[in-house]
Design a protein. Structure first.
Length: 299
């Protein structure tokens, strides 16, 4: 009797857990759709801004802006920003990001760089606090609906320090959203700025020829436009990292909750079969005892 009672209690407990994980899966699916919409909505603006910068930049203009200074082969002062989540129950999402952050810190420190660690999300903050790592900054107020204002507040101090020469490099580690099942940890060098002109259009001669082929007059000048657009380009990169990380978190949580729901269903099936066998054995034993008692009374 005790065994069947314990099995019944376990089945009821797992059914309650399955109901919770199923609800969390549905909530994550809903949030994932909205997060995907934000990722898609950010792409046209980023593409248009990149095209404008590619058309404006020339090698001569690039030399006038601190954000475009050439990257150092061995940077000495690096700000590393790691994006994790505030909540768990999302599989290996945070573990993968933390592992990637630790690997990057080790790589930079082996090259002699001094790494400033800036953490976004309670999971990363808690882990590196446990390790006793000194943190340059920490934030956990960025939710699963990041805004451009939050991206600006996050990157502006680092951008100003980079322009003053206090930092040689600013790099982000976040989960890039490929699909709900694929959210690989990604390293994004934000500063010095890898502009479309530098990264996609070939050598300086090609860039100059393409720029000369554009037949229009700029007012204000290209230099004034770039002074306004370059910070916007950096801020947009950070915003895209935030929205992709938010979408990746919801995708990982939905996958984890679906796996948990399926596993709970499998456990319930096994326990029910075990319960039925135990109940059948108990009934058989009770029948045997009744028949044996009846035969004893006859004798």
């Amino acid at each position: 009797m005790a065994k069947t009672r314990d099995l019944r209690r376990r089945i009821r407990s797992i059914e309650n857990t399955r109901q919770i994980t199923k609800t969390m899966e549905m909530v994550a699916t809903s949030r994932l759709k909205r997060a995907q919409d934000r990722v898609v909505a950010a792409r046209p603006y980023a593409q248009a801004l990149a095209e404008v910068l590619a058309n404006l930049l020339t090698p001569e203009l690039a030399e006038r802006f601190p954000l475009l200074r050439p990257p150092l082969a061995s940077p000495r002062r690096v700000a590393l920003v790691s994006l994790t989540s505030n909540r768990g129950l999302c599989g290996a999402f945070n573990a993968n990001l933390i592992r990637e952050t630790r690997l990057r810190i080790a790589e930079l420190e082996e090259r002699g760089a001094r790494v400033e660690l800036h953490l976004i999300g309670r999971k990363g903050i808690g882990y590196f606090r446990f390790l006793g790592r000194e943190l340059a900054s920490q934030r956990h107020d960025i939710t699963d609906r990041p805004t451009m204002e939050q991206a600006i507040a996050l990157i502006t101090p680092l951008m100003e320090r980079f322009a003053r020469g206090e930092l040689d490099q600013v790099e982000f580690i976040f989960a890039r959203f490929v699909s709900a099942l694929s959210t690989p940890p990604t390293r994004l060098p934000v500063l010095p700025l890898a502009t479309p002109a530098r990264g996609r259009t070939g050598g300086p001669a090609n860039r100059t020829a393409r720029h000369a082929a554009l037949n229009y007059i700029l007012k204000p000048s290209a230099e004034e436009l770039l002074a306004q657009l370059l910070p916007l380009y950096v801020q947009n990169q950070v915003y895209r990292a935030l929205v992709e990380s938010a979408a990746s978190e919801q995708g990982a949580r939905r996958t984890a909750m679906k796996n948990a729901t399926d596993s709970a269903g499998d456990m319930i099936d096994v326990l029910r079969r075990t319960f039925n066998r135990a109940r059948q054995a108990q009934i058989t034993q009770e029948i045997a005892e009744i028949v044996g008692g009846a035969e004893a009374l006859k004798g």
